[in-house]
Design a protein around this ligand. Structure first.
Ligand code: ADP
Length: 395
């Protein structure tokens, strides 16, 4: 069975084509700068990497080119070989608590939910529409970043604001990165052959969120109504006092969206270090005595530690802390600092075992009260698994 996972961004389209018999990747790639000068395509298959500059005026162009390439490069003999396609969708509001087969009604809902995640849902829908137009009879599934968190109770998802804001406008915590947290839960539960694990899943990438999982259910998570809140991130502030917004508006003569844009794009590691949003640069800076980088690093680790501690209490203990995504999978100093901060909970890291990058490993020392793992996330595979489930049994 061959299944393709698609992740469309405003000017990009990422794909992975899986052989679901053994979950191996047949081909993957990135189409970038769609609709811009110098649009570029990268396709990896058979151990090769093919990079070509091909003009793509819109996402429909990109989809057509991708499908032609799959056939012309003999990655598939014909498009009928692809059994189904899964699309990442960022926001499913509280209507979608699991992946669904995409129908006209789903597309209509997504159009409606656009206002909740304009940067993400808009491009996701453009991608879905382009594929539906070109392959109208192919089974397609939407996998929502928000769906996994639909198990949260009101005490987790409601903000302490006028209740009518929730009732009238849907203002609540939705949470994101759900597909990644779900993958971490599934993978660790399978590894340990248990389905009652209490896991604190730390997805630390350029964006980042932490999720408290009990027996496969998201109990709470750090991102909220939008992906701006929770822990500090590459360029996002994470939690801040909202009164800052009107104050900065007045000081800098900006409107609210401009200040929120600063919180999204000019804050976090970038804002504090005034150097970079990338943890590698921050750690280099710190090692060279840059005080702003040192402070940004400490603040980042502090934010993550605080939420792990909070979720440890919420879950009534934890079987595992898992680090995943770009930074979680690769940054040894960050994992080390966070675990040191958690020593009061009996967390002990094995410094030798911590020397892993992008590989699954248990990195806690013998005698650690909570096991600590690195598990590379795989949202694309999770999406493909959902399509497989839909094909086999209907979801
Ligand atoms: P996104 O949220 O964009 O999907 P990723 O999960 O790919 O992000 O994570 C990207 C981030 O991971 C980079 O910005 C960088 O901060 C961090 N990162 C990747 N590799 C390393 C590394 N070796 N050391 C420290 N940080 C790393």
């Amino acid at each position: 069975m061959k299944i393709m996972s698609i992740n469309t961004g405003s000017s990009s389209l990422k794909f992975s084509l899986f052989n679901m018999d053994d979950e191996s990747v047949i081909a993957s790639g990135l189409f970038e700068r769609i609709g811009l000068p110098d649009s570029n395509t990268i396709i990896k298959y058979n151990g090769m990497k093919l990079e070509e500059k091909i003009p793509m005026k819109d996402h429909a162009d990109a989809v057509n080119i991708l499908l032609d390439k799959l056939v012309n490069l003999k990655i598939v003999n014909n498009l009928n070989e692809i059994d189904g396609i899964g699309h990442r969708v960022v926001h499913g509001k509280d209507k979608y608590n699991k992946s669904v087969v995409i129908t006209d009604e789903v597309v209509k809902d997504l159009d409606e939910f656009k206002a909740f995640a304009p940067l993400h849902n808009g491009p996701n829908i453009v991608g879905i529409k382009a594929f539906r137009e070109i392959l109208p009879n192919k089974l397609m599934v939407g996998t929502f970043d928000t769906a996994f968190h639909q198990t949260m109770e009101p005490v987790s998802y409601l903000y302490s604001v006028p209740l009518s804001w929730y009732e009238d406008y849907g203002i609540r915590k939705y949470g994101f990165h759900g597909t990644s947290h779900r993958y971490i839960n599934e993978t660790l539960s399978k590894m340990l052959n248990r389905n009652d694990l209490k896991i604190i899943s730390c997805h630390l990438g350029n964006g980042g969120s932490i999720c408290a999982i009990d027996s496969g259910k998201s109990i709470d998570t750090t991102m909220g109504f939008t992906p701006l809140t929770g822990i500090m991130m590459g360029t996002r502030s994470g939690d801040v006092d909202p009164s800052i917004i009107p104050y900065v508006m007045e000081k800098e003569g900006k409107n609210a969206s401009e200040v929120v844009d600063d919180l999204n794009k000019k804050s976090g590691l970038l804002g504090m270090s005034e150097k970079s949003s990338d943890m590698r640069d921050i750690i280099d800076g710190m090692n060279n005595g840059d005080e702003k980088c040192t402070l940004a690093f400490q603040k980042y680790c502090r934010c993550v530690t605080n939420y792990i501690a909070q979720y440890y209490v919420l879950l009534g203990g934890a079987d595992a802390i898992v680090f995943t995504a770009g930074l979680g999978e690769n940054s040894m100093p960050t994992r080390r600092q966070i675990c040191e901060n958690l020593s009061v909970l009996g967390v002990k890291l094995d410094l030798e075992k911590n020397k892993v990058m992008g590989e699954t490993a248990k990195i806690s020392a013998k005698g650690s009260k909570i096991d600590v793992y690195v598990i590379p996330t795989n949202e694309e595979l999770m999406i493909a698994r959902d399509v497989k489930k839909a094909l086999e049994s209907g979801i």
